[in-house]
Design a binder for this molecule. Structure first.
Ligand code: NAD
Length: 491
C-alpha cells in the first residue's frame, strides 16, 4: 500500500483509512493508497514550516539546489517507462502520451534547475552615492501544491520544480483519483536525493478534507492550485483570511478559429487533436471550433470523416488513440451536457453515446462527439465540458470571429488558422487569453509562460514568471555612512 510522506518519513494515514484507485479502462482496483485526514495535512504543514524556518533548504547555495532539481529531472528520465506505465494505469491515457508527458516533465525540471542557478537579484540606482540598494528574490515559504487528475505528474512538476528551485518547502497533494505517479516520484526523490526532512511532504486524500488545512492553515504562505473554477474560487476565498499568495490554473473553453484561406485538411487534422486529445480532458482543449461560413460544411465533413481514426481503448494497446474518461461520475456529467445540448436544439452530427465495443463496456468510454447549429447562449458552448465534445459555429467577418471567440468567461488558450500574416497578428492580439497559437494547436514548453486571462486563473506557470510566482521581492537598502535622521532637533 502507498503511504503518506510526512517530515521525511513514510507513514500510514492517521485514521488508517485507505482508498482504492480504479482503472478507468475496466474499473478494476489498481492500487490501494493511504487516505489522509486533515490532521495528517497539518502534520505535513508543520514539518514544512519547521524545515523552512530552520532554513536548511533555502540557505542551501542556489547552485546546489539547482543540482538537486536537475537530478529530479534525470530521475524522471531514467524511470520514464515505469512512470509512464503508472500514468496510463491511473488516467487511462495512451502510453505514448504518458511517455511524452514524462519527457516534458524531465524538461521542466531541467529548465527550473537552470533558473535557480542563475537568479541573484539586481542592484538598483540609489538616490544618493552613500547608499547601496539591491532587490533580491527570496522564497515565499510553505507552499501547498494541489493538482488535478488529467495530467497528474506534469501538473505536479510545473509547481514542484520552481517551488523547490526557489528554496520553498512544500506539501504536495495530487488528485485523489490519480495519485500514483506523484507518489512514485516522491519515493524516487526520497531514495535517491538527500533533501532535508520536511522540505517535501506528500498527502493523499479527498480535496475538501485535506484541502481545508492546505488552504486555511496560518503556516501556509502560498497555495498553487490547478483544477476547476468552482474549486479555485472556493480556495481563493479560504486563502483570503490569512492573505496567502494564490496561484490558480483553472479551466478553459478555448476557441479554435479557422479562416477560409487555409489548407482545410491541415485545419481539420489539428481541430481533431485540439478537441479530442486525451478525450478532451485537457484544460486547453479546442472545444469551440469557429469557422468561416464559406468553409463550414466542408471542414465539418473532413473532421467527421476522420473520427473513426480515433481508436478508443486500453491505453496499453498499440494503436489506441484515446482512452476513457476519468470516472463514471465524470462521464455522467459529460453525458448530461450532451443531453442538454440536444434539448437546446443543437444538431448532433457524430458520437453522443458510449461505444458499442463490448470489450470497452467496463470502462468509462464515450465516442468523440460533434455538434453543429449551436449558438453562443447554449450551455454546451458556454461551459467547460472536459470531455470529447466539439461544437462548431460559423462566422462571416474577422470582427465576428473575434467577438465569438472572446464571448466566454474563460481565457486560457486559443488558436487562429490563416495564411494572412496581418490577420493572424490582428486576431492573436485581439484574443483575450494567455496562449495563442497561430496555425497550430496545443504546443507548450517550459520556457514560455502558461496561464489564464479572466476566470481561467491568476498567475503563471512555466517560464520566468512561473519561477517568480514562488518568490518574494526584498529591497535591501544599505547606508554606507549612517548619520542622524534629521527628523528630531539636534544639539
Ligand atoms: P478539481 O477542482 O475537482 O480538483 C483539483 C484538485 O483540487 C484535486 O487535487 C482535488 O482533490 C482538490 N480539491 C478539491 N476540492 C478542494 C478543496 N475544497 N480544497 C482544496 N483542494 C480541493 O479539478 P479536477 O476535476 O481534478 O481537474 C479538472 C479541472 O482542472 C478542469 O477544470 C481543467 O480545466 C482544470 N485544469 C487546468 C489546467 C491549467 O493549466 N489551467 C491544467 C489541468 C487541468
Amino acid at each position: 500500500m502507498t503511504l503518506l510522506f510526512l517530515d521525511g518519513r513514510w507513514q500510514p494515514a492517521g485514521g488508517r483509512a485507505t482508498r482504492e484507485i480504479l482503472s478507468p479502462h475496466d474499473g478494476r482496483v489498481v492500487a490501494e493508497v493511504a487516505e489522509a485526514t486533515a490532521e495528517d495535512a497539518v502534520v505535513a504543514i508543520t514539518a514544512a514550516r519547521r524545515a523552512f524556518d530552520t532554513g536548511t533548504w533555502r540557505h542551501t547555495p542556489a547552485p546546489e539546489r539547482a543540482r538537486a532539481i536537475a537530478a529530479i529531472g534525470q530521475l524522471v528520465a531514467e524511470h520514464r517507462e515505469d512512470l509512464a506505465h503508472l500514468e496510463t494505469l491511473d488516467t487511462g491515457k495512451p502510453i505514448a502520451e504518458s511517455r511524452v508527458d514524462m519527457d516534458d516533465i524531465a524538461a521542466v525540471f531541467a529548465y527550473f534547475a537552470g533558473l535557480a542557478g542563475n537568479e541573484a537579484g539586481r542592484v538598483v540606482a540609489a538616490p544618493s552615492p552613500g547608499v547601496v540598494s539591491r532587490v533580491q528574490r527570496e522564497p515565499v515559504g510553505v507552499c501547498s501544491l494541489i493538482t488535478p487528475w488529467n495530467y497528474p505528474l506534469l501538473q505536479a512538476a510545473w509547481k514542484l520544480a520552481p517551488a523547490l528551485a526557489a528554496g520553498n518547502t512544500v506539501v504536495l497533494k495530487p488528485s485523489e483519483l490519480t495519485p500514483l505517479t506523484t507518489h512514485r516520484l516522491v519515493e524516487l526523490i526520497d531514495t535517491q536525493l538527500d533533501l532535508p526532512p520536511g522540505v517535501l511532504n506528500l498527502v493523499l486524500g479527498a480535496g475538501p478534507v485535506v484541502g481545508e488545512p492546505l488552504t486555511t492553515h496560518p503556516d501556509v504562505d502560498l497555495v498553487s492550485f490547478t483544477g476547476g473554477v468552482a474549486t479555485g474560487s472556493a480556495i481563493m476565498a479560504k486563502a483570503a483570511a490569512t492573505i496567502k499568495r494564490v496561484a490558480l490554473e483553472l479551466g478553459g473553453k478555448n476557441p479554435n478559429l479557422v479562416f477560409a484561406d487555409v489548407d482545410l485538411d491541415l485545419a481539420a487534422d489539428h481541430a481533431l487533436t485540439a478537441a479530442y486529445l486525451h478525450a478532451g480532458q485537457v484544460c486547453s482543449a479546442g472545444s469551440r471550433l469557429l469557422v468561416d461560413a464559406s468553409i463550414h460544411d466542408d471542414l465539418v465533413e473532413r473532421i467527421v470523416a476522420r473520427l473513426p481514426e480515433i481508436t478508443l481503448g486500453d491505453g496499453f494497446v498499440e494503436g489506441v488513440r484515446c482512452g476513457p474518461l476519468i470516472s463514471p461520475e465524470h462521464r455522467a456529467k459529460v453525458e448530461g451536457y450532451i443531453a442538454g445540448a440536444i434539448d437546446d436544439g443543437a444538431s448532433l452530427v457524430a458520437g453522443g453515446r458510449r461505444p458499442d465495443d463490448p470489450s470497452l463496456a467496463h470502462g468509462t468510454y464515450l465516442l468523440p462527439t460533434l455538434f453543429t447549429d449551436v449558438d453562443p447562449s447554449m450551455t454546451i458552448v458556454r461551459e467547460e465540458v472536459f470531455g470529447p465534445v466539439l461544437t462548431v459555429e460559423a462566422f462571416r467577418t474577422e470582427a465576428e470571429a473575434v467577438a465569438l471567440a472572446n464571448d466566454t468567461v474563460y481565457g486560457l488558450a486559443g488558436a487562429v488558422w490563416t495564411n494572412d500574416a496581418g490577420r493572424a497578428e490582428r486576431v492573436a492580439g485581439a484574443l483575450r487569453c494567455g496562449t495563442v497559437w497561430i496555425n497550430d494547436f496545443h504546443p507548450y514548453f517550459p520556457q514560455a509562460e502558461w496561464g489564464g486571462f479572466k476566470r481561467s486563473g491568476i498567475g503563471r506557470e512555466l517560464g520566468i514568471a512561473g519561477y517568480d510566482e514562488y518568490t518574494e521581492l526584498k529591497h535591501v537598502h544599505h547606508t554606507l555612512r549612517p548619520a542622524v535622521s534629521g527628523w528630531l532637533p539636534t544639539g
